[in-house]
Design a protein around this ligand. Structure first.
Ligand SMILES: [Zn+2]
Length: 186
């Protein structure tokens, strides 16, 4: 799923735990963080973003090449697979549980946010799914739908996800307004 949407749904799921929600949101963004860091890295240090290619293939061509360079970059490839691997997650989870206990705290909150990202991506990536037990197994489990690919219901997913997000925002706003009204009438 889209990185920001991961953050949004994690906020919805964890918002009642005010002490933990921040860490859970950070955890839910972590698997995709590498794209943003490397995007700027390629932007500044790559040689595709110079005036000559812009003249030759235009801005959209340059951006397209950049997206390709990004996902083909070995650092992105390794960290993308590691960040979306249940095996890597479990390794960190065991360490955290050992030192901090399994109860919900900022450490486990971070890891549950991260786990939520892995599970959602497992269900919403088809052609671009990553090996879930990387680096121990390269077996790829493809999700039933893709969050972007129209060949795998990407259009329906985007529409539904958009409606659900709008509904969730509306729901929270209505609850807030009602809570304020109650406070005032007391
Ligand atoms: Zn992801």
């Amino acid at each position: 799923m889209n990185t920001l949407h991961h953050g949004f749904w994690t906020y919805i799921a964890m918002r009642k735990r005010k002490d933990v929600v921040k860490y859970a949101i950070i955890g839910s963004l972590v698997p995709d963080l590498v794209y943003y860091i490397m995007f700027f890295y390629i932007l500044f240090f790559g040689d595709i973003f110079t005036s000559q290619p812009i003249e030759e293939i235009g801005w959209s061509g340059v951006l397209h090449d950049m997206a390709h360079a990004l996902f083909a970059h070995p650092v992105v490839e390794v960290l993308r697979q590691a960040g979306h691997s249940f095996a890597v997650w479990l390794f960190f989870y065991i360490i955290v549980v050992f030192f901090k206990g399994w109860k919900l705290n900022k450490w486990t909150g971070f890891l549950y946010g991260w786990l939520g990202h892995i599970i959602i991506d497992l269900l919403t990536h088809v052609e671009d799914a990553v090996p879930i037990f990387y680096p121990f197994s390269m077996k790829v489990i493809r999700g039933p739908i893709s969050y972007w690919d129209d060949d795998h219901y990407g259009d329906i997913f985007s529409l539904l996800n958009g409606i659900l997000m709008a509904t969730a925002i509306l729901w929270i706003l209505i609850k807030k307004v009602n809570a304020n009204r109650k406070k005032r009438s007391l």
